[in-house]
Design a protein around this ligand. Structure first.
Ligand code: AGP
Length: 611
């Protein structure tokens, strides 16, 4: 959580920092702030505001500060409520050191008590504020050494960037677990929580690794290990994402842009992963496949939308590999004392690759000696780097807080992985595989067809947008789709929505049904279609308002529904990718009608880096 930007070079710093923050605002947006060293003056310029970045920009009111070095932050509160006082950057007693921070300092209370006894006075309730004070306390003329020593006294997981009037030509950065990437320019260098903030200036980046400290001047970056001060030489990586990929591309919201990118994402995933009629995983070599062949049990661990992809992944893996598969939310995994052994495979699914709960679950799996596979979207993220093997989802940057295209890419990757493992385990023949892959090729254009018909949802949306409670039902492969439809709706429209397995209705939830209750039913062609039809009949008999997602041409279910949205006819396993698209659009349209902040819904952040 929280977005960090740091700059040193020749440009006017303030606009660089503000533009960087704009791109990182998805990481948190309850306050924002900047700190710059003013040229020719031995002083810090600090500005911060509660609320979104726009509040800060309007408070600055076009102000110019003569400066070529600065740091900035957009916050998602952990310690201390959103307020101007708690906004970053935080400074020391004499206002000579400024710090921005993403993460949690677990022993901050103890450090704060110690600093108070040394005469330090605090202005905020944050854990972050102890950093500049501790550096001040330990500074005896060498700022890098003081920074290093200060970090050694702090427990927890964090990324930190610091500037000081005492060494105005240096930007200090440190990373442990939380992301920090350095941008390499000509006569300028950068630090940021992710590459989107750097793209206007440079495509050459260096991913700082855990427990590495970097000192940036305008012409040089020196990286060293925290404890032994061993210098690290690392070549910059070239970022291929276009700038346009990180912008809204003409859509009113990132979420809508990302929904419409799904045919492209699906096509791209299939192109990358299917070569000459075979599944191609660039990161899997012979030894990996040998280990996979011995896997006795699979655990899938993830959160939120990625968890729903995992639930569908279980159906896929069990159907095509017959390997028992258990799915857990990351935040519970460790606490169930999971029986994970060296013979097991733990699959971690994460768009950001930085979700703290999933990282913690990953470490638990690792300690038990399991083989770990990351299905991750953000290249170079913590989970991607630390897992034994990684399959990138290549969905491009996802900015909208509500995950859409990353979900589609996760489903496709899981599907291909299940087929791959099925072949290794000799559960699928080459002929079956090529038939499946041929069918799969139809998916990108099937999504396009759905998107073309998006307006068909409008009548239902108009009738339902003021409702406060929604039910979503599905069965089999599409039971998790119902959960995902409900999650999408609640996170961006703030209406209560609950997903159920269709067969569970009669065990309780059906008591909710009367003529005011909307129920969104996923009833595409499947093994359980007949049963699903009965479930719809049961709720219709109790006067529910029914919107159904069905396979093209289904007249039977149409008679039971107030509205119907057709998706192309595909195999049940592939229908999971199609049926979620109208649900994403439904949630989006309801949220827009209710004038919600679709891309940055209240209380949420794109990447949840606290447990
Ligand atoms: C989805 O719309 C969410 N905002 C959220 O549930 C998300 O999927 C979850 O926090 C997991 O994030 P990750 O994929 O980056 O690990």
């Amino acid at each position: 959580m929280c977005g960090i930007v740091g700059y040193i070079g020749y440009r006017n710093t303030l606009p660089v920092l503000l533009q960087g923050l704009e791109r990182l605002e998805y990481r948190g947006y309850d306050s924002a702030g900047v700190a710059c060293l003013e040229n020719g003056k031995k002083s810090l310029f600090v500005a911060k505001e509660k609320g979104k970045l726009a509040q800060l920009t309007s408070a600055l009111n076009g102000k110019t500060v003569s400066s070529t070095i600065g740091i900035a932050h957009t916050r998602w509160a952990t310690h201390g409520a959103p307020s101007r006082a708690n906004a970053h950057p935080h400074t020391d007693t004499k206002n000579r050191i400024a710090v921005v921070h993403n993460g949690i300092i677990e022993n901050f209370a103890e450090v704060k008590e110690f600093l108070k006894t040394r005469g330090h006075r605090f202005k905020s309730e944050t854990d972050t504020e102890v950093i500049p004070h501790l550096v001040e306390e330990l500074n005896h003329g060498d700022l890098e050494e003081a920074f290093r020593k200060a970090i050694q006294r702090l427990n927890g997981y964090f990324a930190i960037v610091m500037i000081s009037v005492d060494e105005p030509e240096k930007l200090f950065a440190f990373k442990r677990s939380n992301p920090l990437v350095l941008g390499v320019g000509k006569g300028e260098n950068f630090a940021a929580s992710d590459v989107t903030a750097l793209l206007p200036y440079t495509r050459r980046v260096i991913y700082l690794q855990d427990n590495e400290l970097a000192v940036l001047t305008k012409d040089h970056i020196h990286i060293s290990t925290l404890l032994h001060q061993k210098s690290i030489r690392r070549q910059p990586t070239e970022i291929k994402w276009t700038l346009d990929e990180a912008k809204k591309g003409g859509f009113p919201h990132y979420m809508l842009k990302e929904i419409f990118e799904q045919p492209h994402v699906a096509r791209q995933t299939l192109e990358k992963r299917i070569k000459q009629g075979k599944i191609y995983f660039d990161t899997f070599h012979q030894a990996v496949n040998k280990r996979l062949a011995k896997v006795k049990k699979v655990f899938i661990v993830s959160c939120g939308t990625a968890h729903h992809a995992g639930l569908i992944g279980r159906y896929m893996l069990e159907e095509y590999t017959r390997i028992p598969t258990e799915v857990q939310v990351s935040s519970e995994f460790r606490y169930t004392d999971p029986i994970v052994t060296r013979d097991d495979l733990v699959v971690l699914i994460s768009q950001s690759g930085e979700t703290a709960d999933t990282i913690a679950a990953f470490r638990e799996a690792k300690e038990n000696g399991a083989m770990t596979l990351a299905i991750v979207n953000v290249v170079g993220s913590t989970i991607a780097r630390e897992a034994d093997f990684v399959l990138y989802t290549h969905a491009g940057p996802e900015i909208g807080v509500a995950s859409t295209k990353a979900y589609i890419a996760q489903l496709l990757t899981l599907m291909l992985f299940a087929f791959h493992l099925g072949v290794i385990k000799k559960r699928i023949s080459q002929t079956t595989l090529s038939d499946l892959l041929k069918e799969l090729q139809k998916i990108p254009s099937a999504i396009t067809e759905i998107l073309k018909n998006e307006k068909q949802l409008d009548v239902a949306v108009k009738a339902l947008y003021q409702k406060k409670n929604f039910l979503f039902i599905g069965r089999g492969y599409n039971f998790p789709t119902a959960l995902e439809g409900a999650l999408k709706l609640k996170e961006i429209s703030y209406a209560h929505a609950h997903g159920y397995a269709g067969g569970e209705m009669k065990h309780g939830p059906i008591a909710l049904i009367d003529h005011t209750q909307p129920v969104i039913c996923i009833a595409s062609e499947s093994k359980t279609y007949g049963k699903m039809l009965s479930n719809i009949q049961e709720i219709k008999a109790r006067d529910a308002i029914v919107l159904t997602i069905a396979s093209k041409g289904d007249e039977q279910v149409k008679k039971l529904s107030n509205w119907i949205f057709y998706i192309p006819r595909v195999l049940e396993i592939f229908s999971t990718i199609l049926s979620v698209v109208p649900l994403q659009l439904f949630a989006y349209k309801i949220a827009v009608r209710n004038q919600r902040d679709v891309d940055q819904p209240r209380n949420l952040a794109k990447s949840v880096t606290v447990e």
